[in-house]
Design a protein around this ligand. Sequence first.
Ligand code: GLN
Length: 487
Amino acid sequence: MMSDLHLMSIAGLSAGLRAGDFTSVELTRHFLQRIQQFDGELNAVLTLAEEQALEQAKAADERIRAGDGGPLTGIPLLHKDIFCTQGVRTTCGSRMLDNFISPYDATVVSRLKDAGVVMLGKTNMDEFAMGSSNETSFYGPVKNPWDRERVPGGSSGGSAAAVAARLAVAATGTDTGGSIRQPAALCGITGLKPTYGRVSRYGMIAFASSLDQAGPMTRSAEDAAHLLGAMAGFDERDSTSVDRPVDDYAGQLNQPLKGLKIGMVKEFFGEGLNPGMNASMQTAIDTLKTLGVEMREVSLPNSHYSVPAYYVVAPAECSSNLSRFDGVRFGHRCENPQDLEDLYKRSRAEGFGPEVKRRIMIGAYALSAGYYDAYYLKAQQVRQVIADDFRQAFAEVDILLGPASPETAFRLGEKSDDPVSMYLSDIYTIAVNLAGLPALSMPAPMVDELPAGLQLIGNYFEEGRLLALAHQLQQISDWHRQMPSGY
Ligand code: GLN
């Protein structure tokens, strides 16, 4: 029994902790041992917070003994290294922040701490969350546990690989253009990007502020519901956080769904979709139909503009956000600067990797005088057009469906020299960020022995219904129970 703890759900572990079958300290040791055993070959974890984790576990055990705490008390998880964690290094996958120790916790981290979770450590990620393969990390790529010659997806690739290999019960991630859903798809786990503003961005290192959103990366929709319940909510320290009560996601998982209208997004099933992936989606759809939902086809006619619009908006915002890394206030500082300009230039040249520099240059160009209207303003207008497409689709159906990624996990190095083909990995996820909608990816039938992700997109603040649909589908299928061998 003790040797199988990593196979249990959050609800199962929580019941076991309460019944005294095992303690949080034992559970934490179990996962720390798994990380030590397997992470050498995966490179999913950048920092292990062993001492702090055992302290948190001890405190959780006391809370449980006192009859206090909730469903997450004593549950060990990993945080993406984009969340500031007080006293534990936060690198954002960059040399720039190699030695950075935040003086405070991100709101996501402090909320989960209050709920009693145990933080095992921090996960590897693409540098400043820019990437779709985890290969832009200063700390080297993460390997996909299903096939270690393949990428885990990105940018939350460390979180996805760790959850898939059962190195933690769950992990946090962030999604600016697909970084929760695409790695979840490529690693065979469940990942949810909430509505923009549902989860606080305070203490989450900013990439593109109008798109960034944090969410749970778990093995099941049920686990995701528990995690989101603790992560979500208004935060006065984030001006874009929405002041609206948080739904009881876990309590709503079994809400009746009969008659729910689901729209297959026509444009997501066109050319460019791998045929095996298409077959996987069709099997998932057939299974979904047995839940009594109604399927129809809908169109998002402007979705092909989403990648170009995103690659103006995201770099523009990142060029502004990353200007704070100047070698003066925090982060990497070059040796022996000759003057202030030399300090700025060399600190940034040494601290940032090539993909981050590319984005900063594109962004600075798009925002420069004379080009602002042609690029940035135009991209913002396109964004409205894309949001309108969704508005019209949601007038007809309740939930939209499509693949999360056009293909399964690709090989390490396969797209590294071709930024455009890398950018196209997010062709089915980016429109959702531009519109600010919630969406999740969940495992669908495997394709050539690799995981595939089914994407469900909801209307604003419909996370509860998305999770319920995913949960009920997971009750009648076992795609999410498949595990990479050797772990
Ligand atoms: N892959 C996309 C990019 O490189 C999205 C990244 C993300 O969602 N953080 O920008």
